[in-house]
Design a protein around this ligand. Structure first.
Ligand code: PEP
Ligand code: MN
Length: 337
């Protein structure tokens, strides 16, 4: 349920509303807009169903929320949430670009990639240190050594770090090096890990599961927010369909759906979303036009020898060209890059 306070409501009215809700062992979540304050009510469904708030002074109306996710919903929080990643803001007017190799392979490879992408305007360095690979014989990542390289390299080029976490027990370790913790598609419904990430202080980028519906994805984000971490960023990375021409089907309609249903920002990853180098630029342009807040793009200094995802990795030259094209689209939709 949400309790919408009237524009004329006083601080005392609001305090009384909160007091009443909390006296019933329910939690409140405040969203303070320019005109109105909205009080979200979380807790036992049966108690909420019997909660009578409409007659209280300062209350304009109450609205029952039928969806199970609440903290992530736009009804709870009408204004867009901007997530501040140590100075880089995701969800505001500026479209943020995250770029780098699929996996951290060596100091030289990462440095070359970071140098190239940062010089074109990418603010966040991506790279996997723990790689969830389909085959156990494929490169599994450098582990902590990879995390160290990410931190050192990002610092050298004034960038932030996003990297994947594959198990709950690694949170402290990954958090000590990274600025954003990425939950990969394969772990979107690893509920134990989502609960653990609820206690983490750093932002979490939650990729959409391989076959997850938008509703399941929103509920996965609710797990993290319910645990206390409100800094959640969605990432659309394509879903599995019957189509085989592309690696996945990039669902750009999901960008619009997430923007309607949630206040949280959304990133589009056209690299995993298509799996094809030739489609990265057009799909990046389309993602911005559809309302994405950020892009995540795989770039490798030598894709032909990449240890993972070479087919979908841009060369530094391709990336430079792409970045020069994106500004125009961003401007058309009233944003900057
Ligand atoms: C990745 O970004 O490196 C990755 C493994 O992506 P996904 O979880 O979307 O497959
Ligand atoms: Mn990859």
């Amino acid at each position: 349920m949400i309790v919408v306070m009237a524009p004329s409501a006083t601080k005392k009215n609001l305090d009384n509303v909160i007091k009443k809700i909390e006296s019933l062992n329910l939690r409140t979540h405040l969203s303070t807009g320019d005109e109105r304050t909205i009080v979200g009510v979380i807790g036992d469904k049966k108690i909420i169903a019997n909660l009578e708030m409409d007659m209280m002074a300062g209350v304009e109306k109450t609205v029952h929320i039928t969806e199970k996710y609440k903290l992530v919903s736009r009804e709870f929080n009408p204004a867009d949430t901007i997530i501040d990643v140590d100075g880089v803001k995701i969800g505001g007017n500026e479209i943020v670009v995250m770029a780098g190799p699929c996996a951290v392979e060596s100091a030289e490879q990462l440095r070359e990639a970071a140098k190239a992408v940062s010089s074109c305007g990418a603010k966040i360095l991506r790279g996997g240190a723990f790689k969830p690979r389909t085959s156990p014989y494929d490169f599994q990542g450098l582990g902590e050594e990879g995390l160290k390289l990410l931190r050192e390299t990002a610092d050298e080029f004034g960038m932030k770090v996003v990297t994947e976490i594959v198990e709950g027990g690694d949170i402290e370790l990954v958090e000590s090096y990274a600025d954003i913790l990425q939950v990969g598609a394969r772990n979107m419904q690893n509920f134990q890990m989502l609960k653990a990430l609820g206690k983490c202080k750093k932002p979490v980028m939650l990729k959409r599961g391989l076959s997850a519906t938008i509703n399941e994805w929103l509920n996965a984000a609710e797990y993290i927010m319910k645990g206390g971490n409100e800094k959640v960023i969605f990432c659309e990375r394509g879903i599995r369909t019957y189509e085989t021409y592309t690696r996945n089907t990039l669902d750009l309609a999901a960008v619009v759906a997430i923007k309607n249903l949630s206040h949280l920002p959304i990133v589009v990853d056209p690299s995993h979303g298509t799996g094809r180098r030739d489609m990265i630029a057009p799909m990046s342009r389309a993602a911005i036009a559809a309302g994405a807040d950020a892009l995540m793009i795989e770039v490798h200094p030598h894709p032909e020898v990449a240890l993972s995802d070479g087919n979908q990795s841009l060369t530094p030259e391709d990336f430079k060209k792409l970045m020069s094209e994106l500004n125009g689209i961003a401007n058309v939709v009233g944003r900057t890059l």
